[in-house]
Structures are given as structure tokens and as C-alpha cells.
Design a binder for this molecule. Structure first.
Ligand code: SAJ
Length: 425
């Protein structure tokens, strides 16, 4: 398609209004676009249109400003996508039995394709394996719209780098990798993100952009597994791994700090690297050993936490069975309310299986029922009545002094507390 055909209007559609999509929608409104956010969950669109944000990084005030501009609305109908200029797909890409599940990309791409017209631009942000944009999404849109990718509509990929709860780096000030199936598409994608991102980083093709994202997350996954395995060894060797991590972190080059923990949660790190290892296995018949090993180490951290708790109680001549345990913080990482894939779920399951009476306290969790959690407020009398407290996710704002001053025993999986009754991984 000739680059001279400027888009007729500036209607943006964001498909998927979660941790990634909603910030892109709000940034697009602030950049002056007319924005329709589409989500298949009507309860989400209803809350958004009522000015209620369910994403910590987007306050009700920010959402309210977007609504008051008259240039944002949320909808559960793709009919509201009609006449769009640029659409961004930010739907989940989970693993189902270890296999990448791209069904949300397929269904949203097909629904959007009904409204793809000459000169449109479609951008995929969802994390996926190299080749998805051009081999899966592009043909779906071509088959339904009757237009050819490149000549008929622009198509590109731009990985998300939203770090929920990060107070320093947001969508606007995090460099954004951009790509297209051809030069014109890449320029179009880059122009869109240049309207609200401080910096964009163009790569030659969508596969390189898709791999960039998986490299970033696999890098973290592997390095977290490294320090997790060190923590397991160090504990048995009687070495303080945290002190060594602090000392290593003093090196100004050639080292990057990661910290041991109770395991790796969220809907990215436990999942994204496996997209890469699956693609390598499927297409090359080879094993991406780093990912497989990192998955194995990180997935065993909950067992290690329970083993350490059992040993600590054992020293008090208390079996796990029948012990009363309080878990503090169960979402997947500090200062976020997302409980998905959180290691706390496995720790809770193991403690229950061992016969523990388990209570959970987490200021970021409103309802623990669907997770089987007995959710309680943090109270001194409860802490002192428990045989042990396990700090799993150390949110800011929790009264850790109350815990240390009243607990018989604290197993701190994040090395945030100190005291004679505190043991860390
Ligand atoms: N963790 C450790 N030790 C560390 C760092 C993290 O145990 O040193 C654990 C965390 O507690 C958590 C898990 O790893 O359970 C993952 O945390 P993370 O901060 O490394 O990564 P995520 O999963 O929060 O990555 C998010 C994702 N974005 C969204 O969820 C919307 C991911 O897609 C982004 O690429 C990533 O932020 C990013 O780019 O920072």
C-alpha cells in the first residue's frame, strides 16, 4: 500500500483491557486519539465505563480523565471497532499443558478482521513465539478481510514491557521495541508508539521483535533460577547467600541483581520462556536446556520453602501436622494484586496436605475464597497464636514489626525482616 495513503481518521482499538492493554488505551487517549477498548468480559467494560479501574497502574483519576475527554469507551462488542485506524491486540497467551495457547490471538484477530479495511494497521503485543504475527495472525486477517498484509493493511509486532507495580518505569518512559512485516508497516507501528512513548527501538522484522520479548523474560527466568538454586545450596552449606548477593551487586558491570524467593509467579515468567522452548522443540527437535532447567528449579522452590519450615518447626519439636501457620502476602509479587501463578498457591497446597491449619493475610487480595485461602486481617493475637509465620510476598505497608514482635517463628522467603525469631531462605 502506498505510504501516501494517510489514515482517514485516528480511531484506535485496543483488544484486551488488562495490565498491558489498559495502559496502552489510556496513553492513546492522552496522545489525542479516539479510543475504543474491547474486552470480552462485560464486567470489566462496565467497571471501566463507570470510571472504576481494576489495574493498579491506572488510577481511577487517570481513567476518569480519559472518560471525561469523550474519546474513550470500553465495549464488549467488536462492532464498536468499525472504522478503526490502528488496532493493538493485547490478549493473554497462556500455556495449556505446556503447549502455547494462541486461541485468544486467533479469536480476537478473526473478530477484528471483520472490521479491517484498506489502510488499517494491526499490531500484536501479546507475548508469543517468533513467527506468530506473520504465520498465524496475518493469514487470519487476510482470509476474513480479503486484503493482503502489507499492501492491504499494515501489520506489526511490539512486545509489552509493562512491569506491574513498578513506580519508576511506565509505558511512556520504557523504550518500546517496534517492528512490521515490511518497512511501511514498521514505520506505521513506530509512528503510533512515538505518539506517547519517549523512545522506540525499531528491529528489522516481527520475528526479531517476538524473540526480543522472550529473550528478556527468559533472561530473568534463568537468572532467578540461578540464585534460587544457590539459595538451596547455601542454606545447606551454612552460607549467607543474601550477603553474597549484596556483595556481588556492588560490581558496577557484568552483573545484574536477582534475588531468591519462594518461586516465580505471574503470567509471564513461568510461561513465556516455555514458548521459546516449545518452538525450538517443535520446529528443530531440540531442547532449550536453560529454560527446562530454570523451570525445574523455580517450580521446586515452594517445596523447598515447606521443607525449610518443616525443619524450623522440627527444631521446636513441632510437626507440620497440626501446626498453625500464617502466610503473609500471596500475590505473585510485591505491591500487585495479581495472584496468577503465584508460588504461594503451591505452598498453601503443600501446607494443607501436610495437615497444617493455614491462615492467609494479604492487603492486596480482596477475596481469597476462589483460591481456597482462609483470608484474615493481620492481628497481633493471631500472629502470637500461630506456630509459624511465612512471609511469601512482602508488600510495602505491612506491619512487619508486629509480625517480628509477636511471632514464635518467622520464615522470611525474601530476606526483608530480621530478628532472633526470623529465618530467611
Ligand atoms: N522474582 C524473583 N526474584 C527476582 C525477580 C523476580 O523471585 O529477582 C519473581 C517475582 O517475585 C515474581 C516473578 O519472579 O514472582 C516474576 O516477576 P518479574 O518482576 O521478574 O516479572 P513479571 O512477571 O512481573 O513481568 C512483568 C510482565 N508484565 C505483566 O505482567 C503485564 C512481563 O510481561 C513483562 O515483560 C515484565 O513485567 C517486564 O518487562 O518487566
Amino acid at each position: 500500500m502506498a505510504d501516501s495513503k494517510k489514515p482517514k481518521h485516528t480511531k484506535i482499538v485496543i483488544v484486551g483491557l488488562g495490565y498491558v492493554g489498559l495502559p496502552v488505551a489510556i496513553a492513546s487517549v492522552k496522545a489525542g486519539f479516539d479510543v475504543v477498548g474491547i474486552d470480552v468480559d462485560p464486567s470489566k467494560t462496565k467497571r471501566l465505563n463507570a470510571g472504576e479501574s481494576y489495574i493498579e497502574d491506572i488510577s481511577d483519576d487517570l481513567l476518569g480523565e480519559a472518560l471525561e475527554s469523550g474519546r474513550f469507551k470500553a465495549s464488549s462488542s467488536y462492532d464498536d471497532a468499525v472504522g478503526f485506524d490502528t488496532a493493538v491486540i493485547t490478549v493473554p497467551t497462556p500455556l495449556s499443558e505446556g503447549i502455547p495457547d494462541l486461541s485468544y490471538i486467533e479469536s480476537s484477530g478473526a473478530a477484528l478482521a471483520e472490521h479491517v479495511t484498506e489502510g488499517c494497521c494491526v499490531i500484536l503485543e501479546s507475548t508469543t513465539y517468533p513467527g506468530t504475527t506473520e504465520e498465524l495472525l496475518g493469514p487470519i486477517i487476510e482470509n476474513i478481510s480479503g486484503l493482503a498484509m502489507g499492501d492491504g493493511f499494515h501489520l506489526g509486532y511490539s512486545p509489552e514491557r509493562i512491569d506491574p507495580g513498578n513506580q519508576t518505569y511506565r509505558l511512556e518512559n520504557t523504550p518500546k521495541v517496534v517492528s512490521g512485516i515490511d518497512k511501511a508497516s514498521r514505520k506505521r507501528v513506530q509512528r503510533f508508539y512515538d505518539s506517547f512513548c519517549d523512545e522506540t527501538v525499531a528491529v528489522s522484522g516481527t520475528r526479531e521483535a517476538e524473540l526480543t520479548k522472550l529473550l528478556e523474560n527468559t533472561f530473568r527466568h534463568v537468572n532467578i533460577a540461578l540464585v534460587n538454586e544457590l539459595a538451596m545450596f547455601a542454606s545447606d552449606l551454612g552460607v549467607n547467600v543474601w550477603e553474597s548477593i549484596d556483595a556481588a551487586s556492588s560490581k558496577p558491570f557484568g552483573y545484574m541483581r536477582f534475588e531468591p524467593g519462594p518461586g516465580v509467579g505471574g503470567h509471564c515468567l513461568p510461561i513465556d520462556p516455555s514458548f521459546l522452548s516449545w518452538r525450538v522443540q517443535r520446529h528443530l527437535g531440540q531442547t532449550f536446556r536453560f529454560v527446562e532447567l530454570a523451570n525445574d528449579v523455580n517450580n521446586h522452590m515452594p517445596d523447598f520453602v515447606v521443607r525449610r519450615l518443616s525443619s524450623a518447626l522440627n527444631r521446636e519439636r513441632k510437626p507440620l501436622n497440626g501446626s498453625r501457620v500464617l502466610m503473609v502476602g500471596v500475590t505473585y509479587k510485591p505491591n500487585t494484586s495479581d495472584p496468577r501463578e503465584a508460588p504461594a498457591e503451591r505452598i498453601h497446597e503443600l501446607l494443607k496436605d501436610a495437615g497444617c491449619e493455614v491462615y492467609v493475610t494479604d492487603p492486596y487480595l480482596e477475596d481469597g475464597g476462589h483460591m481456597g485461602y482462609d483470608l484474615v486481617p493481620l492481628r497481633a493475637e493471631l500472629v502470637s497464636a500461630c506456630d509459624a509465620v511465612v512471609v511469601v510476598t512482602p508488600h510495602d505497608g505491612i506491619d512487619y514489626d508486629l509480625i517480628v514482635n509477636n511471632a514464635k517463628l518467622v520464615l522470611d522467603t525474601r530476606n526483608k525482616l530480621s530478628g532472633p525469631n526470623v529465618e530467611t531462605l
